[in-house]
Design a protein. Structure first.
Length: 307
């Protein structure tokens, strides 16, 4: 479906997010709380599927300290098939509407320009596109027209066959180069580079091994800033490590059984602290309170290390 971006009208005033274009520097890493309005997300599928439950959960995340609430209506767990755009919209519309009305800073997690267009007019402050504009070529143009921040993630294909694309010689270099291509494509469509946020795509087309040549996620994380330095610019980075499969494999039982997703929250907090200390702009998490503590600790650690 072709989206007519000139039709984006009456865009509400967006909240300026610290650390992005025209805003003060963030004094710590931000925390984005996840609201999956889906029956089949890998970590909490179905728990917040009803609009009422999702709205209540979003408000709870804000009360717990989330700076941004990320609302998505399409699961991207490995092996999943896509839902129609109408169904994605049906899921997210009431949730985004009520959270924006309540004063929350809301991000829409979508790969479709059609969904993003509606969400922008509803008042979201950020578009989080896990495909980085590859799933819908009209997305960068829409975001450019709206003039709001845009998360561009490293992505090589849809979830139903993502692991078949997880082939790297040097994962950090290749992710860097492919993100650079997406940045160039977004800027060519009119996006302000100062409003672009990069996501390394942890878990997406990356093998979840804990060690060895296929430990793609662990090879990426220590090189976070290197990967996000493109064309002489240090782009802000969103880290989505929460409850990912590679944490479960790292923490596997003695018989090799991976740690269940919902039991990886402590490991998520550890990654949050390390990523925040390394300069991440924001972390995307399922459990907010401990991660809010972690980014505060990381900020104090960084401040204390300065002369």
């Amino acid at each position: 479906m072709i989206i007519t971006v000139s039709g984006v009208t009456n865009i509400p005033v967006m909240v300026n997010l610290p650390g992005l274009a025209g805003t003060p520097a963030a004094d710590r890493c931000l925390v984005m709380g996840v609201v999956n309005v889906t029956p089949d997300s890998f970590s909490d599928g179905g728990q917040w599927f009803s609009a009422k439950a999702a709205i209540e959960h979003g408000l709870e995340l804000v009360a717990q300290g989330a700076d941004i609430v990320d609302v998505g209506g399409e699961s991207t767990r490995p092996g999943t098939q896509r839902v129609p755009a109408d169904e994605e919209l049906r899921r997210v519309k009431p949730v985004i509407t009520e959270l924006v009305r309540a004063g929350a800073v809301v991000s829409v997690d979508t790969m479709r320009a059609q969904v993003a267009e509606w969400a922008v007019e509803a008042g979201v402050s950020l578009v989080n596109d896990v495909s980085g504009g590859l799933a819908d070529p009209y997305m960068p143009r829409l975001v450019a027209k709206a003039g709001i921040p845009y998360v561009v993630m490293h992505w090589r294909g849809h979830s139903h066959d993502m692991y078949s694309r997880a082939m790297f010689d040097d994962v950090a270099r290749e992710v860097h180069d492919e993100l650079a291509q997406r940045v160039d494509a977004a800027v060519a469509e009119g996006c302000d580079p100062a409003k672009l946020v990069l996501d390394l795509g942890l878990g997406f087309s990356k093998l979840p091994d804990a060690r060895g040549p296929n430990a793609h996620n662990w090879q990426l994380l220590p090189r976070l800033r290197e990967v996000a330095r493109i064309g002489g610019r240090d782009f802000p980075v969103l880290v989505g490590a929460s409850r990912k499969r590679y944490l479960g494999k790292l923490l596997a039982a003695a018989d090799g059984t991976p740690r269940p997703f919902a039991e990886s929250d402590d490991a998520t907090v550890a990654v949050t602290a390390l990523a925040a200390a390394a300069g991440a702009w924001c972390v995307r998490v399922h459990k907010v309170p401990a991660n809010v503590d972690a980014v505060r600790v990381a900020a104090a650690w960084r401040d204390g290390s300065r002369p």
